[in-house]
Design a protein around this ligand. Structure first.
Ligand SMILES: [Zn+2]
Length: 137
């Protein structure tokens, strides 16, 4: 398995004073393509921040369902932002109707884009954050 490294620099996707801890091992979902993901443990409704400048690529915040059962996998609310060099960042488990950005919108690093929620397959309130690249795989 090749170790991929992001080219761009990414900031914390939640406010530092709201972050309880990060976790890379506890989630059962961090396998395969998700092996580079990081969970930022924070209370529900904590602001989610763009990790770098970019353009919003995808927004879904219509789901109200979530919990500690894999049946909820597809119910995650998430945002994808496209950055320079073909890199993307993805933010998962967002709160229902919390997105404050639209597809095509330019965002700045540290700009608020949504709030932490419990949608999708998740045991506790956290932001599932991942950087990926269209050239990886
Ligand atoms: Zn996660």
């Amino acid at each position: 398995m090749e170790n991929k490294k992001a080219i761009n620099r990414y900031k914390l996707p939640v406010p530092k004073d709201r972050l309880q801890r990060t976790d890379r091992t506890s989630s059962p979902a961090h396998l395969g393509n998700l092996r580079n993901a990081i969970d930022f443990i924070a209370d529900e409704q904590t602001p989610v921040l763009a990790a770098a400048d970019g353009i919003v690529n995808f927004v879904k915040d219509s789901s109200t369902a979530g919990g500690s059962n894999p049946m909820y996998w597809d119910y995650t609310n998430f945002i994808v932002i496209r950055h320079l060099k073909g890199e993307y960042s993805r933010y998962d488990h967002l709160s229902y109707h919390s997105a404050t950005v639209k597809v095509g919108q330019h965002v700045r690093a540290a700009e608020k884009i949504a709030r932490v929620g419990m949608t999708g397959y998740t045991y506790l309130p956290h932001l599932h954050f991942q950087v990926f690249c269209s050239y990886w795989n």
